[in-house]
Design a protein around this ligand. Structure first.
Ligand code: ZN
Ligand code: ZN
Length: 349
């Protein structure tokens, strides 16, 4: 048994609850968890917002720790290595997506790090709000030594979610990139777009975020509720990275794209309201795209890129007993920019 924090029902909040971790299979890596980032998805599962939670839920998919033991056939990792685990811990490994290293798009369904179903024994997966985890080596990544492990934890979800589409759609030096929203995802989007050589503009609804946006390295800030400011940047962007997780009008942003520009959605999983004006796409050959986290090879590439460029997430450290208050603060947008749980606070309990 290992110590963990779990929600037992949609109204229980999180509390200590021991869980079982499996015996090592040949390709498994056992990890003692040092840090775990807190993602909005965690709240969705704890409070059954998406209606698919299986209780008890042990959330957490931004995991950093140290290898303590490896299975008989593991050669890439050894005890003592600092490693990470992100949003998925398995996939069929045999479809075209898996062969392409795009396990997040596995045709047979990837296995999420928590609230997923283990492909071997059907057990429910438990995430990183825990002392330890056992994961197949294919779904483990190496953390470069130059990265601060606490500030690296959110890279496993917030980082890869923004890095992957910027790379896939080919953001390069000199491109103009707009980042919509200034939360955990948005602030990572700014860092990556800047590191790729782009000129970056943050779109925010609130005047109060302008100073903070500049501090994050944005070259410009546009107040999206100001029609004149939106008009001034019409047809000027190559890419828009849209990190807003709630329903919002895409049409004003489409008009900010140049011809052939791409609007990339990473935060929204619902229908778009009001409806899209297709003319805004047709008349300028614009593209609307979506993107989900990243595959394992690209997650490793992202961590190495962060190591090279000194990119971290801005974090606020948290002891696990304060996790329920942290959720309440996140719901109000009161965190810069990600909470990370110091797992020593659980181990010493
Ligand atoms: Zn996440
Ligand atoms: Zn697959």
């Amino acid at each position: 048994m290992v110590k963990a924090y779990a929600a037992k029902s949609e109204t229980s909040g999180l509390a200590e609850h021991p869980i079982e971790r499996r015996q090592l299979r040949d390709d498994d890596v056992a990890i003692e968890i040092d840090y775990c980032g807190v993602c909005h998805t965690d709240i969705h599962y704890v409070e059954i917002v998406w209606g698919v939670s299986v209780y008890p839920v042990v959330p957490g998919h931004e995991i950093i720790g140290r290898v303590t033991e490896v299975g008989a056939k593991v050669t890439a990792y050894k005890p003592g290595d600092t490693v990470g685990v992100g949003c998925l811990v398995d996939s069929c490994r045999d479809c075209s997506a898996c062969h392409d290293g795009l396990e997040q798009y596995c045709l047979n369904g990837m296995v999420p790090t928590y609230n997923g179903e283990d492909l071997h024994d059907g057990s429910v997966t438990y995430g990183g709000y825990s002392e330890g985890i056992v994961v197949s080596d294919r779904f483990v990544v190496k953390v470069p030594e130059s990265l601060d492990p606490a500030k690296a934890a959110p890279l496993l979800c917030a980082g890869i979610t923004t890095y992957s589409p910027l790379r896939h759609y080919g953001v390069k030096k000199g491109d103009k990139v707009g980042v919509i929203g200034m939360g955990g995802l948005g602030h990572m989007g700014v860092k990556f777009a800047k590191a790729l050589g782009a000129e970056v503009t943050i779109f925010t609804r609130s005047e109060s975020k302008v100073k903070e946006a500049k501090k994050q390295g944005a070259d410009h800030v546009v107040i999206s509720t100001d029609e004149q400011q939106m008009q001034d940047v019409a047809e000027s962007f190559d890419f828009m990275l849209d990190t807003v997780p709630v329903k919002h009008d895409l049409n004003p942003y489409l008009n900010c794209l140049k011809y052939d520009g791409t609007h990339i959605i990473v935060g929204l999983l619902e229908s778009v309201e009001p409806p899209l004006e297709a003319g805004a796409l047709v008349l300028k050959r614009r593209v609307i795209a979506g993107s989900l986290i990243g595959g394992l090879p690209e997650t490793q590439e992202m961590l190495d890129f962060c190591g090279e460029h000194g990119i971290h997430c801005d974090v606020e450290m948290l002891d696990i007993e304060n996790i329920n208050e942290a959720y309440e603060r996140m719901k109000k947008g009161d965190v810069k920019y990600r909470f990370v749980i110091d797992m020593n606070s659980l181990k010493k309990k």
